[in-house]
Ligand binder design. Structure first.
Ligand code: F6R
Length: 626
């Protein structure tokens, strides 16, 4: 949800900023813009609606001499207030043209602030909430107690803003200085030698430095080529703690590595993503071994005392949460409710000290999930975050965290993060079962061994790619695709449908196969493609036979059946127009395999239709607005 970057140092700032925007474009691609200070007191700004490529073309025409300087900032936008047009693109400038701002988030009290500015005779040139910030700082700089003081003027305004925001300011009278701040949206400092970076995400500067500092809630920072200074919004350093860390992955992880799209690379990285997520979570001891949630701050005693689990998440993360329910209830007998984070807190859910809330978020920034976490904490529930982004806001505000260790996921559609979340959810289930004694240690060890065997099997599923792609190309022009599953196959069907909707803009729906006869079967007509996720015949036989009947029912009504089934499941063959075979796995683990062909399918349909697989229309990777 908007990517922002700032640079102060000795390099050509424009090059650094544009490269950074390219890596952060997944955060939003409604418009892009840059502001570069040339050291002689001139601020050059260019901004353009649409993809970064549009801005680059504009910069190419303008000639880069105007942008020669070593202080600069940039923005890639996901529109909230104001349409994705040139005039709403960031950076926004004040009337003098000397001060510029870029912003991620929403300034919730922008309406009264805008009125105040208009009453004072300021003409606002955009429809954005952002623009109020630049005019307010400009006025604080022009007059009053902070007159002539850039940093103090920013601080004075920060204290008036409500909402979630990361703001970055640069001023032509202060070359070599950038002032930034954050509340509830991310901001990290990259610490180089003789140069400093600030960005929404470390991918922006990983090429130049792996040393970073994560800013806390309600913190501001001033960067110069020599260093950085973190304060609160009033400019105080006392009691203000930021977190230095070293990024443990490199540039290659943030690049496409020979693939046309990040998503295709990320699908292939899934065996490693799951293996890395499991790493170190089972330690051998005198009793044979035990699950450890190493980043955990919940004691075994607490794990024993929870009488209810809520899982909250959005989108694909929510689908991974649906799978958590099957595993946790099965292993622990503790009731689990899974809720869309955007619905959770408005419903007055029953929460107390004995409730464990598991908040699942790849980005760790999703506003709906963050608010659900806050609501749960207000009600005294304990919160465990499952997150892929070190130190993001959701894990920071939770009582405990398990990190999925997939490296950066850049394709907007979740793939490797989804599978890693499923693995992490199962770790939580096993940790609860172990602490509560609902599984014997040898049973926990056996389940963990099953989990550990999954990466190899996922690699084998990846070998089905040519077959899946061929089917996808054949079906690329159909208007509708339905997905069916039962038990754990149902969340997989939902996830398959979501992938197809978001990437290929097709009408796609996932159903619990048993529900078909209660309405959706009316949709079936001659040639309608239906993708069916078949349970293992060796698992719950009843599930298998019931789904087989469902396939017969839809085939009899003319549907084209594309069946994902376990290798050797010959009973399904006569009813499958296309059969995609995946390795055998126990029922609970099958989603780690059956999801993969659905990801490949959606990506291929999107490619066949000529869409950008990494950047589907209207979407952004981190959804920091409610
Ligand atoms: C779908 C997708 C989204 C995210 C959702 C939650 O492919 O990626 O549905 O899963 O926006 O995002 P996180 O996990 O970052 O909270």
């Amino acid at each position: 949800m908007c990517g922002i970057v700032g640079y102060v140092g000795y390099r050509d700032a424009l090059g650094v900023v544009v490269d950074a925007l390219r890596r952060m474009e997944y955060r939003g691609y409604d418009s892009a813009g840059v502001a570069i200070l040339d050291g002689n007191g001139a601020l050059a700004v260019e901004r353009k609606a649409g993809r970064l490529a549009n801005l680059e073309a504009e910069l190419g025409e303008a000639g880069t001499e105007r942008f020669a300087g070593s202080t600069g900032m940039g923005h890639t936008r996901w529109a909230t207030h104001g349409a994705p047009t040139d005039r709403n693109a960031h950076p926004h400038r004040d009337i003098s043209g000397k001060l510029a701002v870029v912003h991620n988030g929403i300034i919730e009290n922008f309406a009264p602030l805008r009125r105040e500015l208009e009453e004072a005779g300021v003409e606002l040139l955009s429809d954005t909430d952002t623009e109020v910030a630049v005019h307010l700082v400009s006025r604080a700089y022009a007059d009053g107690p902070t007159a002539g003081e850039f940093t103090a003027s920013v601080h004075a305004v920060l204290q008036r803003l409500e909402g979630a925001f990361t703001l970055v300011f640069t001023h032509a009278d202060h070359p070599g200085t950038i002032v930034a701040a954050r509340r509830s949206t991310p901001l990290v400092v990259g610490v180089g030698e003789g140069e400093m970076f600030i960005a929404s995400d470390v991918t922006a500067f990983i090429e130049h430095t792996r040393e970073a500092v994560e800013l806390g809630q309600n913190q501001a920072v001033v960067i110069t080529a020599e260093g950085y200074r973190v304060t609160d919004f009033a400019g105080n350093t006392e009691g203000v703690h930021s977190r230095p860390f070293t990024i443990d992955w490199d540039l290659a992880a943030a690049e496409k590595g020979g693939h046309d799209y990040f998503m295709l690379k990320e699908i292939e990285e899934q065996p490693t993503a799951v293996a890395d997520t499991l790493l170190g979570h089972f330690v051998i001891d005198e009793k044979g071994g035990r699950i450890v949630l190493d980043e955990q701050r919940l004691a075994d005693q607490e794990l024993r005392e929870f009488d209810k689990v809520f899982v909250v998440a959005c989108g694909s993360s929510y689908h991974s949460g649906l799978l958590a329910k099957y595993a946790i209830e099965h292993w622990t007998r503790v009731p689990v409710e899974v809720e869309l984070a955007s619905e959770f807190r408005y419903r007055d859910p029953v929460l107390d000290r004995s409730t464990l809330v598991v908040a699942i978020s790849q980005s760790g920034e999703t506003a709906d999930t963050l608010e659900a976490v806050r609501h749960a904490k207000e009600q005294k529930a304990r919160v465990l975050a499952i997150c892929n982004t070190n130190g993001a806001q959701i894990p920071r505000e939770s009582d405990a965290v398990i990190y999925t260790r997939t490296g950066p996921e850049i394709g907007v559609a979740s793939t490797k993060a989804f599978l890693a979340q499923v693995a992490a959810n199962y770790l939580v289930g096993l940790a609860l079962a172990q602490a509560r004694g609902t599984k014997y240690p040898d049973e926990v060890a056996r389940e963990f061994a099953e989990l550990e065997s999954m990466p190899k099997l996922i690699s084998r599923v990846l070998e089905t790619a040519p077959q899946v792609r061929a089917i996808a190309r054949e079906l690329a022009h159909v208007p509708t695709v339905l997905f069916l599953g039962r038990h754990v196959g149902y969340p997989v069907a939902l996830e398959g449908a979501l992938k197809l909707k978001e990437l290929a803009y097709l009408h796609a729906e996932g159903f619990a196969a048993g529900e078909l006869k209660h309405g959706p079967i009316a949709l079936i007509e001659q040639g309608l493609p239906v993708i069916i996720v078949m349970p293992s015949p060796k698992g719950r036989a009843v599930l298998h036979s019931k789904l087989l009947s469902n396939i017969r029912e839809i085939q009899a009504r003319g549907a084209r059946t594309i069946v994902i089934a376990e290798e050797g499941d010959d009973t399904v063959r006569p009813f499958a127009d296309d059969l995609i075979e995946i390795p055998a796995a126990p029922t609970l683990y099958q989603p780690l395999l059956s999801t993969v062909p659905l990801q490949i399918f959606a990506a291929e349909v999107a490619q066949a239709l000529g869409y950008d697989v990494d950047k589907p229309r209207n979407l952004a990777k981190s959804v920091t607005v409610e």
